[in-house]
Design a protein around this ligand. Structure first.
Ligand SMILES: [Ca+2]
Ligand SMILES: [Ca+2]
Ligand SMILES: [Ca+2]
Ligand SMILES: [Ca+2]
Length: 326
């Protein structure tokens, strides 16, 4: 009998390997973030996990060391997460934007509404720079109402729902907005970006993670300012201050480049320059008699002033904007 038990254990051990080798598979960011819970908390909250990680999209200045990483395999939601160095030993000093970082033994923790991978020495957390120089994921363009501003009540500012949760920590872009208010939020550093397409829609933004901040806000952020587009990392924030409860999502800009002001070659008005814009430009190819105010749909915009015909000079100009991404 004893011999047969030993034999069975030996067989099991040979299949599953030594006990100390047993560990959960590495989780993708998606597997950590994805939830159907209306409150949006990670199903891994409280667990110590290994994570396949993602590309570092931002390494914010001035605050407790952290990385924001995004997995480009999940471009439409649940694809990014924040990593915070709670050991404060400068472990991420040599990590750069564009590096792909994977992590082991990090604690998944919901903190003030946002899911973090907490990097703690006592858990023997570790990380690997898997590759460097990766292109950053393209910011996902969303409508302002998809990350809607919270609704004010007597003693609260709360979002109506957590539908924006899937964008948490992802690079996203909203287009065609104006700055319509300053001084919102728990730290009074939020501003309102109101949609020009539908003024009923607005979202909150903040510059506290911006490399190029001056004072509370980036210098571009003034009441009434128009932006073709604003890019940022979305963060949820929950807190109580002065008897007021807050629960909101804020678009966190990362640098001056996140404020898109002018897109000269953006022919379809979506605040980028891509193949769709080239299609509209090409419709005017070799058109003559271009004149004010339309200048052949704007296609007569070559590097000298408009000359009335859409030809090589205009194509070269378009190509310059296309290559520059604006
Ligand atoms: Ca959240
Ligand atoms: Ca989350
Ligand atoms: Ca465009
Ligand atoms: Ca021309």
């Amino acid at each position: 009998m004893m011999r047969s038990i030993v034999a069975v254990i030996t067989v099991i051990a040979s299949v599953v390997g030594p006990v100390q080798m047993l560990r959960a598979d590495e989780l993708s960011i998606y597997e950590i973030q994805y939830t159907t819970d209306p409150n949006g908390a990670s199903p891994q909250d409280g667990n110590i996990v290994d994570c396949l990680g993602g590309i570092v999209t931002h390494k914010p200045p001035r605050i407790k060391p952290r990385l924001i990483i995004q997995d480009p395999d999940y471009p439409v939601g649940w694809g990014a997460i924040q990593v915070k160095d709670l050991s404060s030993t400068g472990v991420f000093a040599d990590v750069n934007v564009g590096d792909w970082v994977s992590l082991t033994n990090v604690l998944v923790e919901e903190s003030k509404g946002t899911t973090f991978l907490q990097y703690m020495a006592e858990n023997e957390a570790d990380f690997t720079i898997v590759s460097t120089g990766n292109p950053l994921p393209e910011p996902l363009t969303v409508a302002a109402d998809e990350i809607a501003a919270p609704v004010e009540d007597l003693d609260s500012w709360l979002v109506a729902n957590h539908d924006a949760e899937k964008y948490e920590s992802m690079l996203i872009k909203i287009i065609d907005v104006n700055v319509e208010g300053l001084g919102y939020g728990k730290a009074y550093d939020n501003y309102m970006l109101q949609s020009n397409a539908d003024p009923n829609f607005a979202c909150w933004a903040s510059d506290y993670m911006n490399d190029d901040i001056a004072g509370i806000y980036h210098p571009y952020v003034v009441i009434g300012r128009y932006f073709c587009g604003v890019v940022g990392v979305l963060e949820q924030y929950t807190a109580e201050r002065d008897g007021i409860d807050y629960d909101y999502y804020q678009l966190l800009t990362t640098s001056t480049a996140d404020f898109v002001i002018d897109q000269t070659a953006d022919f379809d008005g979506d605040c980028d320059v891509d193949f769709a814009d080239f299609g509209l430009f090409a419709q005017h190819w070799l058109q003559t008699g271009c004149a004010e105010p339309d200048w052949c749909g704007g296609a007569d915009f070559g590097d000298d002033d408009p000359d009335g015909i859409v030809w090589m000079a205009d194509l070269a100009e378009f190509a310059r904007y296309w290559l520059a991404g604006n």
